[in-house]
Design a protein around this ligand. Structure first.
Ligand SMILES: Cc1ncc(C[n+]2csc(CCOP(=O)(O)OP(=O)(O)O)c2C)c(N)n1
Length: 328
């Protein structure tokens, strides 16, 4: 049993910090541009969930697969989609990952293993099994991670996928980001068990509950699950605890979240906590500041690239919809 508290190498921690910073600053920039009226998209903030995504993706190989949701910008950036391509797709430009025709809800970038982003709650899990079956058949050693929320664990497809994955010992990781709310409904009001991880036992699957806001615990949990899957030992359900610090989507009221809960979430903000932890480990302030500056420059460049890119041509409308062009 791997030690959950064993501190990973400094290089790994700094890699997680870079990914965390990229997610955090990108999320902040999306919200700033929306507030300024410079963007008009539906945006699902990931504020509070940055460390979770960063540590999970740091445990993967670049060619491993990811399936995520509308609240997926953290997963997508941490998995390695270049910022320029991601920003261009979010803003509907022809230079985006899907030529501007997918938009924020449908980010796909096979080059970095981001295979599907879906707005249909729970729908990613059976698709993840499909990718994992392909890897198992081909023996390519790839692992598939499917990321979803706590609410998604009440969808039928969750249960069907868990059963099949365990039955066939698929190299898949079910990553439940338990941010304590499904849209406007608190966890205890929509889920019949105190912990989603308890459901793993119903399928004979390994389940691990971890603190998704703790980079060490999250990375170690993720790494152990990746190693198991890659070794052919089957799937893992990870329930990673976190907190959605903002509303369901950008601009939405979230006064239904108890004030004490929000206050506790802000006090436990994982991003500054991780920074403090690295400083306590004698990582130099200048080193962290340099990473932050690099990330800001990367985002500046990505925003400019996206804003200066053209929108897709109308003649492109029916291209890429099916395997062959549909005649107009
Ligand atoms: C099948 C389906 N049912 C309902 C919805 C509407 N809906 C969109 S997001 C959401 C909440 C999902 O909550 P959770 O799975 O916890 O993910 P989170 O938004 O917290 O990341 C719902 C019900 C949907 N998109 N798809």
């Amino acid at each position: 049993m791997p030690d959950q508290n064993a501190v990973p190498d400094r290089a790994i921690l700094l890699d997680i910090f870079r990914r965390t910073t990229l997610i955090n600053r990108s999320d902040e920039r999306f919200r700033a541009l929306l507030t300024q009226g410079k963007l008009a998209i539906v945006y699902y903030p990931v504020r509070g969930q940055e460390v979770l995504s960063a540590a999970m993706m740091a445990a993967l190989r670049p060619d491993d697969y990811l399936i995520t949701t509308y609240r997926g910008v953290g997963d997508q950036l941490a998995k390695g989609i270049p910022s320029k391509l991601l920003w261009a797709e979010f803003t509907g430009r022809a230079t985006g990952t899907c030529k501007g025709k997918g938009g924020p809800m449908h980010i796909t970038h096979p080059e970095t293993g981001v295979m599907v982003t879906t707005g249909v709650v729970g729908s990613g899990l059976p698709i993840a099994n499909g990718l994992a079956i392909a890897s198992q058949n081909k023996g390519d050693g790839r692992v598939t991670v499917v990321s979803f929320g706590d609410g998604a664990s009440n969808i039928g497809a969750f249960h069907e996928a868990m059963n099949m994955a365990q039955l066939w010992k698929l190299p898949v990781i079910f990553l439940c980001q338990n941010n304590k709310f499904g849209e406007h409904t608190a966890f205890a009001d929509h889920t019949s068990v105190p912990s989603i991880v308890d459901r793993a036992a119903g399928y004979g699957m390994k389940g691990v509950k971890t603190d998704g806001n703790d980079p060490v615990a999250m990375y170690n949990t993720a790494k152990a699950a990746v190693d198991r899957a890659r070794a052919g030992d089957g799937p893992t359900l990870i329930e990673a605890m976190t907190f959605r610090m903002l509303g369901h989507l950008f601009g939405a009221d979230f006064s239904y979240v108890p004030k004490e809960m929000t206050a506790a979430g802000i006090a436990d903000d994982p991003v500054p906590a991780f920074r403090r932890q690295l400083l306590e480990m004698q990582v130099a302030e200048a080193e962290l500041a340099a990473i932050e500056a690099e990330v800001e420059a990367e985002i500046d460049e990505a925003v400019t690239f996206a804003m200066e890119s053209p929108f897709p041509e109308v003649s492109e409308l029916r291209l890429d919809v099916v395997a062959q062009e549909i005649a107009a």
